[in-house]
Design a protein around this ligand. Sequence first.
Ligand SMILES: CC(C)(COP(=O)(O)OP(=O)(O)OC[C@H]1O[C@@H](n2cnc3c(N)ncnc32)[C@H](O)[C@@H]1OP(=O)(O)O)[C@@H](O)C(=O)NCCC(=O)NCCS
Length: 168
Amino acid sequence: MEAEVTLIPFSSTEVTLLRGWLVAPHVAAWYADPEDHVEWAANPPPGGDRALIVVGGQTVGYVRWQTVSREILDSVGLHEIPAGSVDVDILIGELEFVGRGIGPKALLILLSQLRQRRDVPLVGLTTRVQNLSAQRAFTKVGFRVLREYSPPGYGRCYLMVYSFSEDA
Ligand SMILES: CC(C)(COP(=O)(O)OP(=O)(O)OC[C@H]1O[C@@H](n2cnc3c(N)ncnc32)[C@H](O)[C@@H]1OP(=O)(O)O)[C@@H](O)C(=O)NCCC(=O)NCCS
Protein backbone atom coordinates (compact mmCIF):
# COMPACT_ATOMS: atom_id res chain seq x y z
CA MET A 1 0.00 0.00 0.00
CA GLU A 2 1.30 3.47 -0.87
CA ALA A 3 2.19 5.68 2.10
CA GLU A 4 -0.09 8.66 2.64
CA VAL A 5 1.22 12.14 1.83
CA THR A 6 0.29 14.95 4.22
CA LEU A 7 1.15 18.60 4.74
CA ILE A 8 2.02 19.68 8.26
CA PRO A 9 2.70 23.16 9.65
CA PHE A 10 6.25 24.48 9.32
CA SER A 11 7.77 25.86 12.49
CA SER A 12 10.78 28.13 12.63
CA THR A 13 12.84 25.35 14.28
CA GLU A 14 12.79 23.59 10.91
CA VAL A 15 14.90 26.19 9.09
CA THR A 16 18.02 24.02 9.43
CA LEU A 17 16.27 21.13 7.70
CA LEU A 18 15.09 23.47 4.94
CA ARG A 19 18.56 24.96 4.50
CA GLY A 20 20.02 21.46 4.05
CA TRP A 21 17.46 20.67 1.35
CA LEU A 22 18.04 23.98 -0.47
CA VAL A 23 21.77 23.33 -0.81
CA ALA A 24 21.37 19.69 -1.89
CA PRO A 25 22.51 19.54 -5.54
CA HIS A 26 19.20 18.25 -6.94
CA VAL A 27 17.39 21.23 -5.41
CA ALA A 28 20.14 23.88 -5.66
CA ALA A 29 20.15 23.38 -9.42
CA TRP A 30 16.75 25.11 -9.49
CA TYR A 31 16.68 27.28 -6.36
CA ALA A 32 18.98 30.30 -6.23
CA ASP A 33 19.58 32.22 -2.99
CA PRO A 34 18.89 29.57 -0.34
CA GLU A 35 19.13 32.11 2.48
CA ASP A 36 16.32 34.18 0.94
CA HIS A 37 14.09 31.10 1.08
CA VAL A 38 15.17 30.29 4.64
CA GLU A 39 14.45 33.84 5.79
CA TRP A 40 11.07 33.78 4.04
CA ALA A 41 10.20 30.49 5.74
CA ALA A 42 11.20 31.81 9.16
CA ASN A 43 9.10 34.98 8.71
CA PRO A 44 6.61 34.69 5.85
CA PRO A 45 5.23 38.01 4.59
CA PRO A 46 1.50 38.79 4.80
CA GLY A 47 -0.40 36.51 2.42
CA GLY A 48 2.36 33.90 2.52
CA ASP A 49 2.49 30.51 4.20
CA ARG A 50 4.41 27.24 4.02
CA ALA A 51 4.22 23.58 5.04
CA LEU A 52 6.33 20.48 5.31
CA ILE A 53 5.57 17.48 3.12
CA VAL A 54 5.38 14.24 5.09
CA VAL A 55 5.12 10.71 3.71
CA GLY A 56 4.82 7.62 5.88
CA GLY A 57 5.88 9.65 8.93
CA GLN A 58 9.05 10.98 7.27
CA THR A 59 9.50 14.69 6.51
CA VAL A 60 10.69 14.86 2.90
CA GLY A 61 9.93 18.27 1.43
CA TYR A 62 8.64 21.80 1.58
CA VAL A 63 5.98 23.84 -0.16
CA ARG A 64 5.31 27.55 0.13
CA TRP A 65 2.62 29.77 -1.31
CA GLN A 66 2.02 33.49 -1.53
CA THR A 67 -0.90 35.65 -2.61
CA VAL A 68 0.45 38.08 -5.17
CA SER A 69 -0.52 41.73 -5.60
CA ARG A 70 -0.99 43.67 -8.83
CA GLU A 71 2.26 45.52 -8.07
CA ILE A 72 4.34 42.34 -7.77
CA LEU A 73 2.80 40.75 -10.86
CA ASP A 74 3.46 43.88 -12.93
CA SER A 75 7.04 44.08 -11.63
CA VAL A 76 7.81 40.69 -13.24
CA GLY A 77 5.81 41.38 -16.40
CA LEU A 78 2.82 39.16 -15.58
CA HIS A 79 0.28 41.83 -16.46
CA GLU A 80 -2.45 39.37 -17.52
CA ILE A 81 -2.46 37.43 -14.22
CA PRO A 82 -5.24 38.54 -11.86
CA ALA A 83 -4.23 40.10 -8.54
CA GLY A 84 -4.95 37.71 -5.66
CA SER A 85 -3.56 34.75 -7.57
CA VAL A 86 -1.34 32.44 -5.54
CA ASP A 87 2.27 31.67 -6.43
CA VAL A 88 3.62 28.26 -5.29
CA ASP A 89 7.13 26.85 -4.86
CA ILE A 90 7.80 23.21 -4.00
CA LEU A 91 10.72 20.89 -3.41
CA ILE A 92 11.30 17.30 -2.39
CA GLY A 93 14.48 17.71 -0.36
CA GLU A 94 15.22 14.06 0.39
CA LEU A 95 16.69 12.74 -2.86
CA GLU A 96 15.48 9.17 -2.39
CA PHE A 97 11.90 10.46 -2.35
CA VAL A 98 12.18 12.29 -5.69
CA GLY A 99 10.30 10.73 -8.60
CA ARG A 100 7.79 8.84 -6.43
CA GLY A 101 4.77 11.02 -7.13
CA ILE A 102 4.98 12.81 -3.77
CA GLY A 103 5.27 16.33 -5.25
CA PRO A 104 2.03 15.97 -7.26
CA LYS A 105 0.20 14.57 -4.22
CA ALA A 106 1.39 17.47 -2.06
CA LEU A 107 0.20 19.91 -4.73
CA LEU A 108 -3.23 18.25 -4.82
CA ILE A 109 -3.57 18.79 -1.07
CA LEU A 110 -2.57 22.44 -1.40
CA LEU A 111 -4.93 22.96 -4.36
CA SER A 112 -7.77 21.52 -2.32
CA GLN A 113 -7.03 23.97 0.52
CA LEU A 114 -6.80 26.92 -1.87
CA ARG A 115 -10.02 25.88 -3.64
CA GLN A 116 -11.88 26.06 -0.32
CA ARG A 117 -10.83 29.69 0.13
CA ARG A 118 -12.94 30.65 -2.91
CA ASP A 119 -10.96 33.86 -3.40
CA VAL A 120 -8.09 32.50 -5.52
CA PRO A 121 -8.52 33.25 -9.23
CA LEU A 122 -5.43 31.35 -10.37
CA VAL A 123 -2.59 29.27 -8.93
CA GLY A 124 0.81 29.68 -10.57
CA LEU A 125 4.09 27.80 -10.53
CA THR A 126 7.25 29.06 -12.19
CA THR A 127 9.69 26.47 -13.54
CA ARG A 128 12.89 26.94 -15.44
CA VAL A 129 12.45 25.93 -19.08
CA GLN A 130 15.08 23.19 -18.51
CA ASN A 131 13.30 21.68 -15.46
CA LEU A 132 11.44 18.94 -17.30
CA SER A 133 10.86 16.86 -14.12
CA ALA A 134 9.00 19.74 -12.50
CA GLN A 135 6.94 20.36 -15.63
CA ARG A 136 5.94 16.69 -15.75
CA ALA A 137 5.02 16.68 -12.08
CA PHE A 138 2.93 19.86 -12.31
CA THR A 139 1.17 18.73 -15.49
CA LYS A 140 0.00 15.58 -13.67
CA VAL A 141 -2.16 17.65 -11.32
CA GLY A 142 -3.63 19.90 -14.00
CA PHE A 143 -1.19 22.80 -14.35
CA ARG A 144 -0.58 23.96 -17.92
CA VAL A 145 2.08 26.19 -19.41
CA LEU A 146 0.56 29.63 -19.92
CA ARG A 147 3.66 31.22 -21.36
CA GLU A 148 7.37 31.78 -21.07
CA TYR A 149 8.80 34.71 -19.10
CA SER A 150 12.08 35.69 -17.49
CA PRO A 151 11.75 36.76 -13.85
CA PRO A 152 14.83 38.70 -12.68
CA GLY A 153 17.71 36.33 -11.87
CA TYR A 154 16.06 33.12 -13.10
CA GLY A 155 16.55 33.11 -16.86
CA ARG A 156 13.95 31.55 -19.15
CA CYS A 157 11.01 30.14 -17.21
CA TYR A 158 7.56 28.80 -17.87
CA LEU A 159 4.61 30.14 -15.96
CA MET A 160 2.37 27.15 -15.30
CA VAL A 161 -1.14 27.87 -14.08
CA TYR A 162 -4.10 26.07 -12.56
CA SER A 163 -7.55 27.63 -12.60
CA PHE A 164 -10.35 26.34 -10.37
CA SER A 165 -12.89 27.49 -12.92
CA GLU A 166 -11.50 24.81 -15.25
CA ASP A 167 -12.28 22.04 -12.72
CA ALA A 168 -14.56 19.43 -14.19
C1 LIG B 1 9.83 18.92 -9.07
C2 LIG B 1 9.43 18.00 -7.91
C3 LIG B 1 8.74 18.84 -6.82
C4 LIG B 1 8.43 16.98 -8.46
O1 LIG B 1 8.03 16.13 -7.41
P1 LIG B 1 8.19 14.54 -7.59
O2 LIG B 1 7.52 13.92 -6.44
O3 LIG B 1 9.61 14.21 -7.83
O4 LIG B 1 7.32 14.33 -8.94
P2 LIG B 1 7.10 12.97 -9.76
O5 LIG B 1 7.37 11.79 -8.91
O6 LIG B 1 5.76 13.11 -10.38
O7 LIG B 1 8.21 12.99 -10.88
C5 LIG B 1 8.15 13.98 -11.90
C6 LIG B 1 9.16 13.61 -12.97
O8 LIG B 1 10.48 13.61 -12.43
C7 LIG B 1 11.29 12.74 -13.23
N1 LIG B 1 12.03 11.88 -12.31
C8 LIG B 1 11.74 10.65 -11.86
N2 LIG B 1 12.70 10.21 -11.02
C9 LIG B 1 13.60 11.21 -10.92
C10 LIG B 1 14.80 11.38 -10.21
N3 LIG B 1 15.26 10.43 -9.40
N4 LIG B 1 15.46 12.55 -10.34
C11 LIG B 1 14.98 13.55 -11.11
N5 LIG B 1 13.83 13.43 -11.83
C12 LIG B 1 13.16 12.28 -11.73
C13 LIG B 1 10.39 11.97 -14.14
O9 LIG B 1 10.47 12.60 -15.40
C14 LIG B 1 9.02 12.22 -13.54
O10 LIG B 1 8.02 12.23 -14.51
P3 LIG B 1 7.28 10.84 -14.89
O11 LIG B 1 6.76 10.26 -13.62
O12 LIG B 1 6.20 11.29 -15.82
O13 LIG B 1 8.32 9.98 -15.53
C15 LIG B 1 10.66 17.26 -7.31
O14 LIG B 1 11.19 16.40 -8.29
C16 LIG B 1 11.73 18.19 -6.80
O15 LIG B 1 11.61 18.70 -5.72
N6 LIG B 1 12.80 18.40 -7.58
C17 LIG B 1 13.91 19.26 -7.16
C18 LIG B 1 13.50 20.71 -6.90
C19 LIG B 1 12.63 21.27 -8.00
O16 LIG B 1 12.89 21.10 -9.17
N7 LIG B 1 11.58 21.98 -7.57
C20 LIG B 1 10.65 22.63 -8.49
C21 LIG B 1 11.16 23.95 -8.89
S1 LIG B 1 10.01 24.74 -9.98
